[in-house]
Ligand binder design. Structure first.
Ligand SMILES: C[S@@+](CC[C@H](N)C(=O)[O-])C[C@H]1O[C@@H](n2cnc3c(N)ncnc32)[C@H](O)[C@@H]1O
Length: 270
């Protein structure tokens, strides 16, 4: 991937983490259930597009909720799609594609677009929403979750303390910015909320290993122009343990997750 909106490291890290991703994806599993609850009971969608399906956590829920729908699921990371195929029973109306959700096109429109914990990997996020709007007719629905600004705020603060001269080159979006971008792409917001989910780990090293094994360490929100040295990484783990220990052994990590449902306006209203 050479497009600056989808850095090569994002694709590469997720592909490398495909087999270990789900063992660590507790918050993403919870978020998938919340996205499902945002999807309509009626009318039942006939064609669904899923952007950034990963290993198929949300896809499998959708297949149970809408057994008669055609489902097209895409992800930029080839091994994520391979793992999704492996974990999901095959169905003639289920189509997996290694593809970029910011440019993907299909011959027919969709009634519903969904995405779980993936949209924040596109920078700027409006590139994604503009393409999703093009895949939906007026009245078509969008339901998704994404990670927001305060996700891993403990890690962010510790990192700036240890290596203030090596800040990550970007920060996750705030909910208001996401909603503004959606409106600018021709969507009307139906529901939007931000929730904090806390996860506990037996120390900073276990936390850092977990996010590495989920593939979350690619892209501008994790990486600085100059990487941290081994010594800085050790200092970071020590300082994280000191500052964010919640009891004898556990440290906390915050996820701030946005849950949004929206509808595509007709072009004259957007
Ligand atoms: C944290 S994972 C979430 C996966 C899955 N939706 C879930 O619920 O577990 C984010 C996924 O988004 C994918 N992704 C990032 N940018 C993408 C893009 N532009 N198009 C398609 N997939 C993308 C990554 O490859 C990765 O598999």
């Amino acid at each position: 991937m050479t497009d600056p909106a989808h850095p090569h490291t994002v694709c590469r890290r997720f592909s490398a983490a495909a087999q270990t991703y789900e063992t660590h994806a507790a918050v993403q599993t919870l978020a998938a259930e919340q996205v499902l609850a945002l999807c309509p009971e009626t009318p039942t969608p006939r064609r669904i597009f899923e952007a950034g399906c990963g290993t198929g956590l949300l896809t499998r829920h959708l297949l149970r909720k809408y057994p008669a729908a055609e489902l097209v699921a895409v992800d930029v990371a080839e091994n994520m799609i391979r793992q999704a195929r492996h974990l999901t029973p095959a169905r003639p109306d289920l189509h997996w594609h290694v593809a970029d959700a910011t440019t993907f096109r299909d011959a027919a429109p969709f009634d519903l677009i969904v995405s779980n914990c993936s949209a924040h990997w596109v920078d700027p996020i409006g590139l994604l929403f503009a393409n999703l709007a093009a895949l939906l007719p007026p009245g078509g629905g969008l339901a998704f979750s994404l990670m927001l600004h305060d996700t891993f705020c403990e890690l962010h603060d510790t990192r700036l303390k240890i290596a203030p001269h090596k800040p990550p080159t970007a920060r996750l979006p705030r909910l208001d910015d996401v909603l503004e971008s959606l409106r600018n792409s021709g969507f009307q917001i139906r529901q939007a909320q931000a929730a904090r989910h806390l996860q506990y780990f037996p120390g900073a090293v276990a936390f850092l290993r977990g996010i590495h094994e989920m593939g979350l360490t690619g892209g501008a929100v994790s990486q600085a122009k100059t990487p941290l040295t081994r010594q800085e990484l050790e200092q970071l783990a020590t300082e994280y343990d000191r500052a964010f220990k919640t009891n004898e052994s556990d440290v906390v990590a915050t996820y701030e997750v946005g849950y949004v449902s929206a509808v595509r306006l007709s072009p004259s209203f957007s």
